[in-house]
Design a binder for this molecule. Sequence first.
Ligand code: PEP
Length: 254
Amino acid sequence: MKKLVVGNLKMNLINLAERERYFKLLEKELSGKDFSNTEVVLCPPYVHLESFKKWKNKKIKLGAQNMFAETKGSYTGEISPTMLKAFGCEYVILGHSERRRYFSEKNEEISLKVASALKNGLIPVICVGETKVQREEHRVLDVITEQVAKALVNVSRTKAGGIVIAYEPVWAVGSDVTPTTHEIMEAKVLIRKILVALFGKKYAEKVRILYGGSVKAVIAKEICVDPGMDGVLVGRESLMPHEFLKIVAIIDKK
Ligand code: PEP
């Protein structure tokens, strides 16, 4: 199974000049590099999907940061999985903590999106993770169990191989604080156990489990390679192609 590095560009590249500058830097950094063990995915804002598709570098796949569960119709302001497919997306981030926090997304809504993404041929990268308070109250197990089980409630075991789970403790996102290698490993074991209970061992093993939250090249080994994660979800560092590809290179080498 290939490793996976997903870059979440969030609400950045705010004009055409910034986008062009980003493409130039990416081209420069990608030149001469080959990542044979790793899939690399970038998730730009919707408005940039078409230009990313046209830019089309074979080394980078395309993803979106969110989607609506319906495929078309009167849903003002929403974007459907069929649109994402048409614009070249293979992946979609779902249930990101910023969506849960600022847009009140609940597990039930996320589960509809997960099912719809799978049905429409997209690979959902489902974000789960506890807040600081939940960790302090020793509720990590309950929170993650509920988030994973509810997100996957409409998913059959044969679809498990098309799912990615990103363990992103909310307190580590955008904070420059990260869990220890051991804590990340514990979360991974817990998520795998939940998946085994839902799908059985054979299918559960097909799910890639990533770590996300303040990932940087200098700590990529201790937060991804050492705890045996299948890759990472990267926020801020994905805006800097040089740093982003350094992370990819570390994970690609293992
Ligand atoms: C994220 O938003 O998914 C994320 C991991 O952000 P950052 O790397 O900036 O903490």
